[in-house]
Ligand binder design. Structure first.
Ligand SMILES: NC(=O)c1ccc[n+]([C@@H]2O[C@H](COP(=O)([O-])OP(=O)(O)OC[C@H]3O[C@@H](n4cnc5c(N)ncnc54)[C@H](O)[C@@H]3O)[C@@H](O)[C@H]2O)c1
Length: 366
């Protein structure tokens, strides 16, 4: 158990590294916590800093702004650091932050390269304060309720798990970093690490084999950055076999902004089918005894919905991260979760490139 005794009774200080879209979502959510203060922001892009500082001011926080991470860490010594810089910076930023020993919430994906994710996971094993990876989709309240019901055994052991995301294309980003695989890790790492994490969590198991088919068929083909056309795929089917015999599929389409639901998850077992729909917020249980489907709506507090774009997930994740920081309890989304979700995304992309299934040697159970 980690404890930061000198801060046990006082409010905790936070700093944010990377003050763009997600950094601002964290600012809005930190403002909902009673005993957290945002003391600093670090970002090399002046406009991001100015806009994020102005947002923080609206909530009564007055963070100091830094273009240099080291300078910020030395001057402010925050209790916790939220890293929301672009994916390809995560490994380097972590090397800079860890010597200062704050609790860390590192945005997903943990890293863009498998060897970096492995090296970071190993480094984290020797690090005492909590390191939390921001795989927050499990924190959307309807998804959390769905997982609780599946884990309570309503479907029986899940044999088939289906995750569908039909959504809008990637948004514009500062410096257009998300337009290229070399910066984002590729679509199945950048976006879909969330879904590979959900597969492992729901099935409580490790994958043994991945087969995927996908392409960049529609989006960003008419864009150029420095003369280069983006290379990120916009649709894929990914089939995953798990050690215990369960199988999962991801169905991703990023040219489907007209879709009624953005995410739909189906778990099927011997006693029936459980599904959850976002943004409807509904769970539907369809037992095999044909007594009929039962629909339950899961409410999300308005304040959590308004503080972010992730159906309240950022708020519920932040509360658990903050509890780990204040109570010294272990993180609930670990570097192993971060590592595995990156490895699965990379394996899926390798499968698309080669047309072959990719075996994974992680063992079973988690
Ligand atoms: N948890 C989620 O669901 C979720 C959602 C969106 C984004 N994210 C993640 O959050 C991170 C940021 O994404 P975003 O959408 O905010 O991107 P963004 O482009 O809007 O913001 C990134 C910011 O980081 C800054 N930056 C660049 N290099 C930096 C460095 N070395 N050190 C500090 N700051 C640096 C940029 O200037 C920019 O202001 C990414 O890792 C992304 O995958 C997570």
């Amino acid at each position: 158990m980690w404890s930061n005794a000198e801060h046990m009774s006082s409010a905790r200080s936070y700093a944010i590294i990377g003050a763009g879209m997600m950094g601002c979502e964290h600012i809005r959510n930190l403002a909902l916590l009673d005993d957290a203060h945002l003391v600093a922001l670090a970002d090399p892009h002046p406009h991001s800093l100015t806009a994020a500082a102005a947002l923080a001011n609206q909530y009564g926080d007055t963070p100091d702004c830094y273009s240099d991470i080291q300078e910020m860490l030395q001057a402010k010594k925050p209790d916790a650091v939220i890293i929301a810089s672009p994916n390809h910076t995560h490994f380097d930023v972590m090397q800079q932050v860890m010597p200062h020993s704050p609790a860390i919430l590192l945005e997903k994906p943990m890293c863009t390269a498998g060897e970096d994710a492995r090296a970071l996971h190993d480094l984290v094993q020797g690090y005492t304060p909590p390191v939390w990876i921001g795989l927050e989709y499990r924190y959307m309240p309807p998804v959390s309720a769905f997982i609780r019901r599946v884990h309570a055994g309503e479907t029986g052991p899940v044999k088939m798990l289906s995750i569908r995301e039909h959504r809008f294309p990637f948004l514009p980003k500062v410096g257009d970093w998300n337009r290229f695989n070399r910066n984002s890790g590729g679509t199945l790492v950048e976006k879909c690490c969330h879904f590979f994490d959900l597969m492992r969590l729901i099935l409580q198991d490790e994958p043994v084999r991945i087969f995927a088919s996908g392409a960049q068929d529609v989006n960003h083909l008419d864009e150029q950055y420095g003369g280069e056309v983006p290379d990120i795929i916009d649709n894929a089917y990914v089939l995953v076999d798990f050690a215990g015999g369960g199988r999962a599929v991801l169905d991703l389409c990023m040219f489907a902004e007209g879709s009624e639901q953005q995410e739909e998850i189906y778990a099927l077992g011997p006693t029936g089918k459980m599904e959850v729909k976002i943004p409807a917020g509904d769970i539907v249980w369809s037992p095999r005894d044909v007594s009929g489907a039962v629909r339950t709506h899961i409410d999300v507090p308005k304040s959590a919905m308004q503080a972010g774009d992730h159906h309240g997930a950022t708020w519920f994740q932040l509360q658990d991260f903050h509890a780990a920081l204040t109570n010294g309890t272990p993180p609930l989304v670990t570097s192993l979760d971060g590592l595995r979700s990156v490895q699965m995304g990379l394996a899926a992309q390798q499968s698309i490139a080669t047309g072959l299934p990719v075996p994974l040697g992680f063992g079973g159970g988690i």
